[in-house]
Structures are given as C-alpha cells and as structure tokens.
Design a protein around this ligand. Structure first.
Ligand code: C2E
Ligand code: MG
Ligand code: MG
Ligand code: MG
Length: 275
C-alpha cells in the first residue's frame, strides 16, 4: 500500500517536473526574443519628500510588454530570468534606457534608483560598467542611486562593500532596499557606504492598523539609527493618509507608494512638463 502510494506520488512529481521544465525552457526563449525585440520597459514610481509631497526622484521598475499576455510584472518573470542568467542582459538594457530617459526628459534635480541583484554585485567591475553607462547616457553620477538588498550584501560582503565604496567616491549613491525583511543585522549598517535606506512596506502598512505599536516602535528605531548614521530614509508602499501622517510625525523624510503615485512610463510623468 505504502509502496503503491509512493510510486504514484513519484509519477505525479515527475510529470509536474517535466511540465515545469518545458515551461521554463519556453519562457527562456521568450525572454531572449523579448530582449531582441525590446519588449522590456522601465516604469517609474515617484519618490516624494514627505514634508511637501514634492517628487525628488523615481524608482525604475521593470515591466515586460508581452505581445500576447500584456503587461507583465517582475513576479511573472524575474525569477526565471535570474535562473537562466538572462537577468543581467535584461537589467543592463533597462538601466541604460532608464538613465537615458531621465537625462532626456526629467528635470535635472531628480534622481533615479534601480534594483541591482546579487548577480551584478558579484562582478568586481560592476562600478566600471556603471560609469561607462553613465557616460554613454549623459546622466550625472550624483543622480543615480543603486538599490541593493541585504541578501545581496551578505553574499560577499567585502567585495560588495568595495564596489559600493568606489561608486560612492564618484558620486553614485546606494540604498538598502526592503529593510527589515532580511537579516537586518544592524551591526553592519554603519560599515556600508549607504546614502539611503528603504523601510519595507510590511512595516509601513501596519502603521495605521489597530495595535500598530510594534511596527511604530520598529519604524521609529530604524529612523533613529539611520539618522544617527547620516542615512536618508524612504518609506516604501504607503497607501493611506494615516500612514503618511504617522511617518511625517516620526520624521521620515521620503516615501513611495500608491498614495503618492503608482509606477508608470516616463511619458506619463513628464506630460505637460517642459525640461
Ligand atoms: P522593490 O524594489 O521593493 O519594488 C517595490 C515594489 O512595490 C514594486 O513592485 C512596486 O510596484 C510595489 N509598490 C509600490 N508602491 C506600492 C504600494 O503602495 N503598495 C503595494 N502593495 N505595492 C507597492 P514591482 O514593480 O512588482 O517589483 C517587485 C520587485 O521586483 C521589486 O521590489 C524589485 O525587487 C524587483 N525588480 C523590479 N524591477 C527590477 C529590475 O529592473 N531588475 C531586477 N533585477 N529586479 C527588479
Ligand atoms: Mg527597489
Ligand atoms: Mg523595496
Ligand atoms: Mg519591497
């Protein structure tokens, strides 16, 4: 009986695995085609100063204009793009396009952030590639902030720190993304060359709920620590005025979220603006 069950389960597993492999292979070839046909597009989400709501920068977020399936978000394809090694080529295309759009269309005081994965940071010449790209696109280094996650930092702390230090020395900033969700070892914060820290939306979205005193304490502690280290703070994923009020009263300087603006093409933000 047990043997029978076991065999059956094995057969089901095998089939799912095979189906999964076919899907992955199909997706990989679609991703390659998408690169050739320029189907990836950066959407930009405004990052606002909380005091007066003024837009100070944008986070570039990848979207895939899939010819059949419509607009796809990172959760639909980034994992497979990473596993197949295609994410690097896709990202570089996206970074370059984002910088070019910012240079050509956005007022010169605005900065841009984009998401850099562990794979990129494994290359010791990541900073050199960034600088070349900035030259090609004409974006001033001080207008760029790379977003890295704690996971990517832990991968190889010494070499990542060296890359980020070299970027800082030429004016490119770094932001720690999704802070609070990973290891959140406070001990290394002071040793990293960070310009910004982004508090994960999991904490931000608790702020206006009943019994939110725990997340209020956590957010207040993160703010105090970051400010003591001269790191600016961006609250991610704010959706309500009450969350905004709470953040303002705690002294958080910047925020990003549907309340302030959802990700959209650059043309949407620049409509009607002269630069
Ligand atoms: P992330 O860097 O933490 O980006 C924030 C995500 O939160 C974005 O999802 C954004 O659309 C979403 N968001 C913004 N405001 C709100 C809000 O008020 N409420 C809620 N519920 N969500 C909000 P998105 O665009 O789907 O991106 C997901 C993740 O994919 C990003 O998380 C980032 O880790 C990754 N990603 C995005 N673009 C790229 C890219 O170009 N390259 C790579 N390697 N990864 C990327
Ligand atoms: Mg991010
Ligand atoms: Mg984030
Ligand atoms: Mg996040």
């Amino acid at each position: 009986q047990a043997k029978e069950l076991g065999r059956k389960r094995f057969a089901v597993f095998d089939e799912a695995l095979a189906k999964g492999m076919v899907d992955v292979l199909a997706m990989e070839s679609e991703l390659r085609k998408a690169l050739r046909q320029n189907e990836f597009e950066p959407y930009f989400q405004p990052i606002c100063r909380l005091g007066d709501g003024k837009v100070v920068g944008y986070e570039a977020l990848i979207r895939w204009n899939h010819p059949q399936r419509g607009l796809l978000r990172p959760s639909d394809f980034v994992k497979i793009a990473e596993d197949s090694g295609l994410i690097e080529a896709i990202d570089w295309r996206l970074f370059e396009l984002s910088c070019r759009l910012l240079t050509q269309q956005a007022p010169s005081e605005l900065f841009i952030t984009f998401n850099v994965s562990a794979l990129h940071l494994r290359h010791a010449d990541f900073d050199v590639r960034i600088l070349k790209m900035l030259e090609r696109t004409g974006l001033a280094p001080s207008r760029l902030v790379t977003e890295v996650t704690e996971g990517a930092l832990l991968d190889n702390p010494e070499s990542v720190r060296a890359v980020l230090e070299r970027l800082r020395s030429v004016g490119v900033g770094a932001a720690l993304d999704d802070f609070g969700t990973g290891y959140s070892s406070l001990s290394y914060l002071h040793s990293l060359p960070l310009r910004m820290l982004k508090i994960d939306r999991a904490f931000v979205q608790e702020l206006d709920k009943a019994g939110s005193s725990n997340s209020t304490t956590v957010v207040a502690a993160i703010l105090a620590l970051a400010h003591a280290l001269n790191i600016q703070v961006i609250a991610e994923g704010i959706e309500t005025q009450a969350q905004r009020d709470a953040l303002v009263s705690m002294g958080c300087e910047m925020a990003q979220g549907y309340l302030l603006g959802s990700p959209a093409p650059m043309a949407h933000w620049m409509a009607g603006q002269k630069t």
